[in-house]
Design a protein. Sequence first.
Length: 109
Amino acid sequence: MTGMDQTDMSDLASGYYLVIGGAIAAACGLLLLLRIAKNPGLPMLLALGALAGGILLVAAEVTAYSRLNDTINLYGSYASITIGYGLYIGIAAGVVAGLGGLMALAGRR
């Protein structure tokens, strides 16, 4: 059985993309909540950043889920791995970040 490399940046299932997407969404969301953006165009940019970070998070989580599910289906009971709740929580976090970005774009902070 071959393992998955979570540090390979050529694959969307990389753990680095999860960190990057989460950091972008969290930083933009925090700056929006603190209302630090004094420039009129900056809240829109931060909202787009939160939306993009959320989309990246969901894409990376779904890709990792697909790869993990394929591995489990291929090796059956010989694979000593299972899908944990972390994947589902990551997908939910990406959806919430994306919705927060959309709400900020709509003017509801």
